[in-house]
Design a protein around this ligand. Structure first.
Ligand code: ADP
Ligand code: MG
Length: 596
């Protein structure tokens, strides 16, 4: 694995070296200017494709307005030059700002839209922006005489402009990389995988979407500024989505949601496009066929396919990472027996279905609170009410005496995390990254600090990685930290999901049927983990069908039937309660169910 990484780094360095010597090499050809311009265009495309990758590949936001964002940047710099003679260097920043604002406007009006509708809204915004420039500016929206920056009082030559473009491409790549490899990036990917899970980890879905789209907009605006200065004009056609297909082809060819995919894809497209530049009408046909072929043969793109291959994917570690074990993990210091969550007469009706019908329950710190009941008795609905995934029909939920916050991510921030009945793991990322994602609320650095790799980023990240290793060690997943979560067994995935929830350092942990499908060894690991958490002062809510497993852990058990509490007591007492036995009768033998 190490040697492949070194080989990849080597390839990257060779590519950078080629980019640097290229302008000196082309001076020996007949028309160096045209070759340089081809490369500048490719560099601009790569910046735009990076932007597209951030919002679509990592953020899961289908943007059909990327050419529009680019156009917005181009007009911003062009109009500022025409009207105010601004310095082009400042113009680049103005372009970034204008496009960022355009993006924020688009996303704030469409936060509630689903994937496809969101795409449609961006497409409409794009068309409106194009038409606005066309009608408002006259001359069909065409503006000209956009000039290039100067250096030492002299306008940049094409060769210098080439280096400027490549420098901006390098910066755009670093912005993408440092964003994605930070807590901010992990929160973004969590949101792409599942809004519910991201909220359970404390990520505000709306705020995160706005931020990610704003960053994508800023980068696209810079691409627009370069484009405008290179061609010295801007027109509404730049915003045409048809011309934007090339960026999608590049992104898919290279690999959506990979760091180098966008750059590699655009480089390849540029090379192919250069080869076929005299093919006239066949050009679009060839590019279209390429996209189709790529979708069919390499759906993950070149980089994605390599990463997923044996060559490119990390293996199990030979030795456990060095951790000093449990002593470095302190999760919570709740006062044992203190009431953490108090639900008073909670009612949740779905139309005519009384899923939860007047439940009062007290969850205490340092205790394992078991909840059992037949299928459909309202267990999952009850915890979704406590964590605000459902709005209550009536009733009240308190958290340490105060009112429970009103949205899922605020509940998580207050200190309640949950593991859903249906697995919600981030399958595509590594086991370690799954745990790190859970630490979102502990991160003490801003996005800027992550992008600039400032000290707080390193300090925080090092501490998180150490903790992640210790937590994984605790459940026997220490050796697996580098591999993709998708490659774990079902039981290991379940354990990992719990570890991820724990890593948020909650005061209350809610587990909805965590033991389903676990082997005996995994059940033991889960048992020990829950005991460990309880001894750390956590309140653990354990919904379980495996009654034997639950009875061995719970301090108190609540039994639900048809949305109502029919018993609540210590495990031994519940086991012998006639109402409980009756609730289970006719389904299966109670003593068998209770593990006797
Ligand atoms: P349990 O977790 O105890 O198996 P649930 O809480 O999932 O039970 O479901 C309780 C009842 O509420 C069931 O009758 C179920 O069909 C119904 N229910 C749960 N969620 C919804 C929903 N989102 N819309 C409509 N009915 C629901
Ligand atoms: Mg359930």
């Amino acid at each position: 694995m190490k040697s492949t990484n070194i080989a990849l780094r080597g390839l990257g360095l060779i590519a950078i070296a080629l980019v640097v010597i290229f302008p000196f090499w082309v001076t020996s050809t007949a028309n160096p200017e045209s070759y340089l311009n081809v490369m500048i265009t490719a560099g601009t495309s790569a910046v735009l494709t990076l932007s597209l990758n951030i919002c679509m590949g990592y953020g899961g936001l289908l943007s059909l307005a990327h050419t529009g964002m680019q156009m917005m940047g181009g007009y911003a710099i062009g109009l500022a030059m025409l009207n105010y003679d601004i310095n082009p260097w400042i113009g680049i920043l103005i372009a970034a700002a204008a496009s960022t604002i355009f993006s924020i406007l688009m996303i704030t009006i469409s936060l509630r839209a689903t994937y496809l509708y969101f795409g449609m809204i961006t497409l409409a915004a794009n068309l409106i922006a194009m038409e606005s420039f066309r009608t408002a500016l006259g001359n069909d929206g065409m503006i000209t005489e956009i000039y290039r920056p100067a250096w030492g009082g002299v306008d940049l030559s094409t060769r210098q402009f080439y280096f400027l473009t490549m420098g901006i491409l390098a910066i755009a790549y670093l912005v993408q990389r440092n964003t994605i490899l930070s807590g901010f990036g992990r929160a973004t990917m969590a949101l792409r995988e599942s809004t519910d899970t991201a909220s359970a980890l404390g990520v505000s879905p709306n705020a995160q979407r706005v931020k990610i789209f704003a960053i994508a907009g800023g980068l696209a605006g810079v691409a627009g500024a370069i484009l405008a200065m290179q061609g010295s004009f801007m027109s509404p056609e730049i915003g045409d989505m048809g011309g934007g297909l090339i960026f999608f082809v590049g992104l898919f060819l290279g690999g959506v949601g990979t760091l180098v995919g966008p750059v590699a894809g655009v480089a390849l497209i540029a090379a192919i496009d250069f080869e076929i530049r005299f093919s006239g009408a066949y050009r679009t046909l060839i590019l279209g066929a390429l996209l189709l072929l790529c979708m069919m043969v390499l759906p993950r793109g070149i980089v994605g396919t390599f990463r997923a291959s044996r060559l490119g994917s990390p293996h199990e570690l030979k030795e456990e990472p060095d951790t000093s074990g449990e002593e470095i993990i302190t999760i919570s210091n709740g006062v044992v027996g203190e009431i953490a969550i108090e639900a008073i007469d909670v009612v949740k009706h779905f139309g005519g279905i009384k899923a939860v019908d007047g439940v009062s329950i007290s969850i205490k710190s340092g205790r394992v609170h078991g909840i059992i009941g037949p299928n459909g008795s309202g267990k999952s609905t009850l915890v979704s009410c406590l964590t605000r995934y459902h709005q209550l029909t009536s009733g009240e939920v308190k958290f340490f005496g105060a009112r429970m916050p009103k949205t899922p991510h605020k509940v998580a921030r207050a200190g309640v995390t949950r593991v859903f009945q249906i697995p919600h793991l981030f399958e595509r990322v590594s086991v370690r990254d799954n745990v790190l994602t859970g630490m979102y609320l502990q991160e003490r650095y801003t996005w800027i600090e992550a992008v600039l790799r400032m000290p707080r980023y390193f300090i925080s990240t090092r501490a998180e990685e150490k903790q992640a290793a210790a937590l994984l060690h605790l459940v026997g997943l220490g050796k697996k930290s580098e591999i993709a979560a998708a490659n774990l067994s079902h039981g290991q995935k379940r354990l990992l999901e719990i570890v991820r929830a724990v890593s948020a350092r909650p005061k209350v942990l809610i587990l909805d049927e965590p033991a389903t499908g676990l082997t005996q060894g995994e059940l033991d690991a889960l048992h020990n983990l829950i005991l460990f958490l309880k001894n750390q002062g956590l309140a653990v809510v354990l919904i379980e069908h495996n009654v034997e497993f639950l009875m061995g852990l719970a301090d108190v058990v609540t039994v639900l039937e048809s949305g109502k509490v029919i018993a609540e007591d210590r495990p031994e007492a519940v086991r012998n309660d006639p109402r409980v036995i009756e609730a289970y009768l006719g389904r299966t033998d109670i003593s068998e169910l209770m593990g006797e």
